[in-house]
Design a protein around this ligand. Structure first.
Ligand SMILES: O=CC(=O)O
Length: 316
């Protein structure tokens, strides 16, 4: 038997994935190591560790990559790659894989769910019933999704899946992305402000990069207007959260449905207190079915790499 292959998992993911990795490799669980002992731990095991498995919250930064001289592959349990230092991986010839298609449907479903929940104030309505307020008065009127104009930021896999669902609600679709999609019949907006002006609902579905950080800023929020709704199933840093909260508090924005926050899991107190906001804890892809499919893809990519076969979903 050759030298065992060490896989470093950076955070808890599904039990299923952990089991699959344990069955095949020597698994090191970084999250179980206290932060002040990590350097020592990595030094001790770095000869074995050839792979890192993380996700969209804890990936592989330059420091981690540099501390693993035998690292060959980062197999991310995520579609977002913003927590992996891709330049560093390129520079060092480290392969990178991700799990794009496995979660597209769930995340698109969640975008629609948050849009409906925010428009129809369903969480507030639920609290209203539970608090016994129904007996005193009817719940206030809300606003419909059907037929509204939806602006999608990023028309990749997830953005396109959202657009199909929104079309089924009779919505008109516009989008903003780095460039026009030649195969799309939706209206392309090179300017975010113009997209926001023409939309009643704005959904963030692009990757987080230097260019897309705070792509939803004060001007965009103001262009969307006081009846507008913003939904974010991307990354918290796509939106300038301070500006978002002040717009919600001041009534310059109608509502927000947020699966991700800029400093998650920190939740600003002001946001917590707003009824026109629906919050979920970064769970757009968190279903049993999708997590299994994502885990399988992570394992298949590792297996392919360590048996010299083509990677299934390579980034690098
Ligand atoms: O946030 C989730 C992902 O990037 O897959």
């Amino acid at each position: 038997m050759g030298t065992p292959i060490g896989v470093l998992q950076t955070r808890p993911l599904s039990n299923y994935l952990q089991q699959q990795l344990t069955n095949r490799y020597t698994l090191f669980k970084l999250w179980q190591v206290p932060p002040d002992s990590r350097r020592e731990f990595l030094d001790k095991h770095s000869d074995l560790i050839k792979a890192v498995v993380g996700n969209g919250v804890t990936g592989a930064d330059a420091e981690l990559i540099d501390s693993l001289p035998h690292l060959e592959i980062v197999a991310s349990h995520s579609s977002g790659l913003d927590k992996i230092d891709l330049d560093k991986c390129r520079e060092k010839g480290i392969r990178v894989t991700y799990t794009p298609d496995a979660l597209t449907d769930e995340v698109a479903d969640m975008a629609i769910l948050l849009t409906l929940a925010t428009a129809r104030r369903i969480c507030e309505a639920d609290r209203y019933v539970r608090n016994g307020e129904w007996k005193n008065a009817d719940f206030k009127l809300t606003t419909k999704l059907s037929g509204k104009s939806v602006g999608i930021i990023g028309l990749g896999r997830i953005g396109s899946a959202i657009s199909k669902r929104a079309e089924a609600f009779g919505c008109s679709i516009g989008y903003h992305s780095r460039s026009r999609k030649t195969n799309s019949r939706y209206k392309y907006y090179p300017s975010m402000i113009d997209l926001a002006k023409d939309s009643e609902i704005l959904i963030v579905a692009c990757a987080l990069t230097h260019e897309t950080r705070h792509i939803v800023n004060r001007d965009v929020i103001n262009a969307l207007g006081s009846k507008g709704i913003i939904v974010n199933i991307g990354r918290g840093s796509h939106i300038d959260e301070v500006e978002l909260i002040s717009a919600l508090v001041e009534g310059r924005l109608g509502g927000a449905g947020l699966d991700v926050l800029e400093h998650e899991p920190e939740v600003p107190d002001l946001l917590r207190g707003l009824d026109n906001v629906v919050l979920s804890p970064h769970v757009a892809a968190s279903t049993v079915e999708t997590r299994k499919a994502m885990a399988d893809l992570v394992v298949e990519n590792l297996e392919a790499h360590f048996t010299n076969k083509p990677l299934l979903t390579p980034v690098i």
